[in-house]
Design a protein around this ligand. Structure first.
Ligand code: PRP
Ligand code: URA
Length: 212
């Protein structure tokens, strides 16, 4: 696949190791959730490298100085329900003061197109860095719609973070929203006839929440 602007495929060994554990069909719900949380934190560490800082005054045991702190109120995390919820706490561990919005989308089982059922975003959103999270970028329909909804509410500086992507979904998201910075844990081979990612990890929502 040709190199695309604004697309980062995270090749860190810790992320790759944890993704391999996620893929294993014998990994149970409890461990799966923990791994998603850890991967989100590792990805967030990289994806948030350009987070704005603000100088604050701190008194050290030696003297008073101006020193940078994360302008945490400037960050919003927006999980795509349901599976994106699994990635929120890992990023909140890094930036506890971030606001959290929610976008509810489900894929039609036949057409694989997303349907919206919920949208609640921090207000105002214009000034914030917005990190949309969803473990899976398959056809890209859900991610494209989620980013469009955020833009309709005034969001400008948008990142999309996933754990596994299919080439088809990456292309669709990048073409629809070339301004969005995309972070991917691993780029898999392809989609199958049911629009599942191969080799993938199955249905992320079901594996996180123990449903079927
Ligand atoms: C999954 C996943 C993404 C979407 C990806 O959610 O969490 O949101 O599919 O597929 P796409 O790129 O083809 O749109 P799903 O619709 O299964 O809902 P769930 O999280 O509630 O299980
Ligand atoms: N959603 C998932 O949870 N898994 C896939 O492989 C594709 C979409």
């Amino acid at each position: 696949m040709e190199k695309m602007n604004n697309v980062t495929i995270l090749e860190h060994p810790l992320i790759q190791h944890k993704i391999s554990m996620l893929r294993d069909k014998n990994t149970g719900t409890n461990e799966f959730r923990k791994l998603v949380d850890e991967i989100a934190m590792l990805e967030g560490f990289i994806a948030l490298a350009d987070l704005p800082l603000e100088e604050v005054e701190v008194e050290t045991p030696i003297e008073t100085c101006m020193t940078p702190k994360i302008a945490g109120r400037k960050l919003a995390i927006v999980p795509i329900l349901r599976a994106g919820l699994g990635m929120v706490s890992g990023i909140l561990a890094l930036v506890p003061s971030a606001k959290v919005g929610h976008i509810g989308l489900y894929r039609d089982e036949v057409t694989h197109e997303p349907h919206e059922y919920y949208c609640k975003l921090p207000n105002p959103i214009e000034e914030r860095t917005i990190v949309v999270v969803d473990p899976m970028l398959a056809t890209g329909g859900s991610a494209v719609d989620a980013v469009s909804m955020i833009k309709e509410h005034g969001g400008v500086n948008i990142k999309f973070m996933c754990i596994i992507a299919a080439p088809e979904g990456l292309k669709r998201l990048h073409e629809a929203h070339p301004d969005v910075q995309i972070y991917i844990g691993h780029l898999d081979r392809e989609l199958n006839e049911n629009a599942y990612i191969c080799p993938g990890l199955g249905d992320a929502g079901d594996r996180i929440f123990g449903t079927k």
